[in-house]
Design a protein. Sequence first.
Length: 232
Amino acid sequence: MRMNGRVAAVAVLMLAMGLAARARAEPLTIRIGWVVTPGHMAPLIEALGKREPGVFRHLGQSYVLQPIRFNGTSPQIQAHAIGDLEIASYSTSALALAITNAHLDERIVADVVADGHPGYFSENFVVLKDGPIHTVEDVRGRRVATNAIGSASDTAMRRMFRQHGIKDSDFTTVETNFANMPAMLDSGKVDFIGTLPQFAPELKSGKYRVLFTALDAVGPTQAVVWAMRGAT
């Protein structure tokens, strides 16, 4: 996976400068949804601002950032709809749902996470090496972990299942945090998980087998973007 930090930083800066023009007495609070670092950079911006003050010149003065954590990108649709977020982190499927189902006027302002591009990481979907799943078809009747239905990870996973004739009703979905997934797989609470780069070293333990990657399922993608309401 890769991040375009400069583009994201400029997007935040432009938003802050535009909203700061309203001349509020107190610094404007910009609430940004995020799921997991380092892919989602929102929780890191304060530290980046100290390291690169030339990029974040107005951070802490005319605006402050409030990162708000979600278990996935799709739960941010409701938060964006009711005004609890200024910037939402959306997967492509969550963005589509925000527009078509929630009827939100969304504007993409920056890329956040790209998956499967040449030379970069692609999410691994893994099972226990000595477990009961050896092919994608073996997922039928098993418990599958996902961070949130409709997330980028979830969409890639279900796309691969569909390609192998597996419907949502053919397995049990267990929603949980990415950080909890390896332990849940080890303890037998689930039979299949997705792993992000920060958890990839665990794959070297020899306990797991990669069944497929997000690249195998959906090809190179812009997995997550930042979006703002058009009326903001």
